[in-house]
Write a protein that binds this ligand. Structure first.
Ligand code: 5RP
Length: 306
């Protein structure tokens, strides 16, 4: 029975308590709409505004990359340890169980291969399809200084506009050709342009000198790519320096899935990013998890994710 007459008079409007709604803490994101914030809060932990994204989108331009020959076998066991999964729609639909409770950052540009000019990309996903796969963010490559700089900036702007219409954030990925230096001057230029044009967060590279200025000059969160496979301790050092100097985490691929013990490595990266663990202690964690057998077991029907 509805309490139409309010006979019980038990309602409490807390008249003495001013209504509040706390500010959204993620860098540069407080003015966004609710859906954008909600999706960003799935990618970046609300506890520390950081993320460990697992990047497995490499096949979109380089085919069956080492470690990704069978995403169903090698990547599924890692997903529980990632805050978000960066992946193409093709790999997502064909290999990832839809029951995963992790946000998807959907690779949304493409159109070239390692055999051709890398900056020659186009938008490769309709926004409707991104909605259909429940993407929490869209990822688009931007080649500042590249042969197709203008077109790649156009792709970013179109993706940002489409994402804004649907409340889906955009991650710009600063692609660098072989000819471009990955120094602070270049990365500062590239990341700032992406943010100014509306990217909600930016994936870029770490640089040994001046990264703190790159991060400070970018008004939205930066995450760093791992790049080519490094010795594990070096990859952990890079992640540690990046977050200490202002990055909001990593979007790491090869330095996780090309390890001997990927499951141990992603946990070590998490320790650095979310617990501010030193690289040395995180490396010890890596070694102990690895020797305890954490890391190399593959995904079988029984271990399929939920
Ligand atoms: C290209 C990309 C990659 O496809 C990938 O995400 C890079 O990850 P990593 O360098 O850590 O292997 O974004 O620029």
């Amino acid at each position: 029975m509805p309490d139409a007459d309010d006979i019980l008079e038990r309602k409490n409007f807390y008249l003495e308590v001013p209504q509040t709604c706390k500010a959204f803490a993620l860098k540069g994101s407080n003015a966004l709409d609710w859906g954008m914030k909600n999706r960003l809060a799935r990618v970046f932990s609300p506890d520390d505004c950081r993320t460990v994204m697992l990047a497995v989108d490499h096949g979109y331009f380089q085919g069956p990359t080492t470690g990704l020959e069978r995403i169903d076998v090698t990547i599924c066991p890692l997903i529980p340890y990632a805050d978000a999964l960066m992946i193409t729609r093709g790999a997502l639909r064909s290999t990832i169980p839809p029951e995963i409770a992790k946000p998807v950052v959907l690779r949304s540009s493409g159109g070239q291969s390692i055999l051709k000019e890398l900056s020659n990309e186009r938008i490769a996903v309709d926004i409707e399809d991104a909605v259909r796969v429940n993407a929490s963010a869209l990822a688009v490559q931007v080649y500042i200084g590249g042969v197709h700089e203008h077109e790649s900036i156009g792709n970013l702007v179109e993706i940002v506009n489409a994402g804004n219409r649907h409340g889906i954030p955009t991650m710009a990925v600063t692609g660098v050709g072989k000819e471009l230096a990955r120094d602070a001057k270049y990365l500062g230029l590239a990341t700032r342009i992406c943010a100014e044009l509306g990217a909600n967060f930016v994936k870029t590279y770490y640089c040994e000198r001046g990264f703190a200025a790159v991060a400070a000059g970018c008004p939205v969160p930066l995450v760093i790519a791992g790049g080519k496979k490094l010795p594990e301790i070096d990859a952990l050092r890079m992640a540690y320096r990046a977050v200490s100097e202002g990055a909001a985490g990593v979007d790491m691929g090869r330095n996780i899935f090309q390890c001997d013990a990927p499951k141990a490595m992603i946990q070590a990266v998490r320790a650095v990013v979310h617990e501010n663990e030193t690289p040395e202690r995180a490396y010890d964690l890596y070694l102990s998890l690895k020797s305890a057998g954490e890391g190399s077991e593959l995904c079988t029907a029984k271990t399929q994710l939920r």
